[in-house]
Design a protein around this ligand. Structure first.
Ligand SMILES: [Zn+2]
Length: 124
């Protein structure tokens, strides 16, 4: 008897959107919500998920925030909730499936390969 096991990082996008005025770039945008998690697969069947993190991304400037987990769970259950600024924490330089760069000075995150922060001009 042997097992084929694998641990991978998964990502799920939720069917959620909220129109906002962005506090960073000042434009109108949409919050979209996604979740990342680690998943243990046995024989290619996902068995255990853990380390769930919920994120919010703005459509205007692609800033990524970490979302309050309670709110994330409500969104995962399909409840209609409103995301408030107090539910968001600026995510910094982690990987979300794509590679994001975060400016250590102003916190601007981008998935493009900028050498200098387009917001504050510091070197990334
Ligand atoms: Zn913005």
């Amino acid at each position: 008897m042997f097992f084929i096991m694998g641990i991978t990082e998964g990502r799920k996008d939720f069917d959620f959107s909220q129109t906002i005025t962005c506090s960073l770039c000042g434009r109108y945008g949409i919050y979209t919500v996604f979740m990342t998690y680690m998943v243990l697969s046995l024989f290619f069947i996902p068995c255990i998920k853990w380390n769930r993190h919920y994120y919010v991304q703005t459509s205007c400037c692609n800033t990524v925030y970490e979302l309050d987990p309670e709110k994330g769970k409500q969104i995962a259950r399909g409840e209609s909730v409103e995301i408030l600024n107090s539910d968001l924490k600026r995510a910094d330089g982690r990987h979300y499936g794509n590679t994001y760069k975060a400016c250590g000075y102003c916190g601007y995150t981008t998935d493009e390969d900028f050498r200098y922060c387009p917001k504050c001009g510091r070197e990334l």
